[in-house]
Ligand binder design. Sequence first.
Ligand SMILES: Nc1ncnc2c1ncn2[C@@H]1O[C@H](COP(=O)(O)OP(=O)(O)OP(=O)(O)O)[C@@H](O)[C@H]1O
Ligand SMILES: [Mg+2]
Length: 451
Amino acid sequence: MSDPPGTVRDMKAALQHVCRECGYRTAKWFGKCPGCSAFASVFEEAARPPLRAVVPIDQVPLEAGHRDRTGIGELDRALGGGLVPGAVVLLAGDPGIGKSTLLLSALHRLSQLGQVLYVSGEESLQQIRLRGERLGTLSPALYLAAETDAEAALEHARKLRPRILAVDSIQTLALRNLDSACGSVTQVREVGHRLAAYAKETGTPVIIVGHVTKEGSIAGPRVLEHLVDAVLFFEGDRSHAYRVLRAHKNRFGSTNEIGVFEMKSEGLVEVPNPSALFLAERPRDAAGSAVVATMSGTRPLLVEVQALVADSSSGGSPRRTAIGVDGARVALLTAVLERKEGLVLADKDIYVSVAGGAALPEPAGDLAIAAALASSLRDECISAGTLVVGEIGLAGEIRAVGQIEQRLAEGAQLGFTRCVLPQTNRMRTRDAPLELCGVSSVGEAMTALFQ
Ligand SMILES: Nc1ncnc2c1ncn2[C@@H]1O[C@H](COP(=O)(O)OP(=O)(O)OP(=O)(O)O)[C@@H](O)[C@H]1O
Ligand SMILES: [Mg+2]
């Protein structure tokens, strides 16, 4: 029987005995090698899985790029459009952040496509049903199993042949034949392998919930990350209702996409316009604040950069703290401002942060960081209706950024009336929805911002 191309076989095969000297291999143990007559040269090795056929790339059977949409827009976005057949997705997050809630809502929607199986090793069936009552996710095609035995979980799946299999959480599942504790690195890795093998064999997407340990890794030293196709981190401050779902790795989509949710008693509610959320508590007329239109994957996102420049409190070297932006980038921009604009920052304490727990990983945020720093130092605010976009080079030049139309559209939608942007972008833009002010150097930008 030949395997279809691309199939991964279960690796649980018998041991082989191999000669260290000549490589002779047999199922039976030997004292003297039948191949080269060496003594005591035998060692054990797991049998090699059968050799798979090599296939020309254009002849690999495809399931037509099909994706199962979860129906939860923000989750589909983070997944890069939905669940690909045979994909293994790790949903990771702090305890209590809302992983099971998100999973149950997603499975409920997916159960409209066919039967889905939710294996929980954490909660009783009653507890899950209660959550289902609260979230309004009682679907007859959503099957539950309370199991902590990984083999049993897979057996349920093989019998039910669900459209989607979900396990909550991998740390509570164990293989009985391994004598290592539930949740240990060995167990997590082996259970992970079994689930991945099941996904590839059957083409069933598998969603694995994983707790982030205190050290911030998922179940020990990131044992699962290389094994799965996508890692979604569910993040947020438990004292706030907002949760961000961020793709940390995705073999089938961009890792820049984020999904934003609000935790309410009826469950997680999607936030279709996160810009409004990130700007919600922006202080009006405060120095040290600048708003930039950044791109998060394909989505424009307005975030507020805040800077605080203060006389150094310690006698020694001044403090430099950056949250949500790269500290090295802040240091570089500080140097450019000193050298090109004559701002005196070297002996000051500098704090830069992106408000609302957002992140600003792209250079298009440079001008906003510089603007916030200058604003704080000069104690002059940037007009509340002004958006700032642009990359800064070491010579103090302002460089063009991509996707300017989307950035401007998002700004206009949120009520911004003016944008300070790279002159190159300005020249290429027609019919802007807001007033444009093109600048080609840091100096020009400062004039435009603080007339
Ligand atoms: N009755 C309720 N009304 C409103 N919110 C609730 C209610 N019960 C739970 N929650 C919210 O759901 C959160 C827990 O969600 P959930 O159980 O999905 O998290 P989890 O990440 O799966 O946690 P765990 O790590 O314990 O498995 C709580 O922190 C709380 O904010
Ligand atoms: Mg849970």
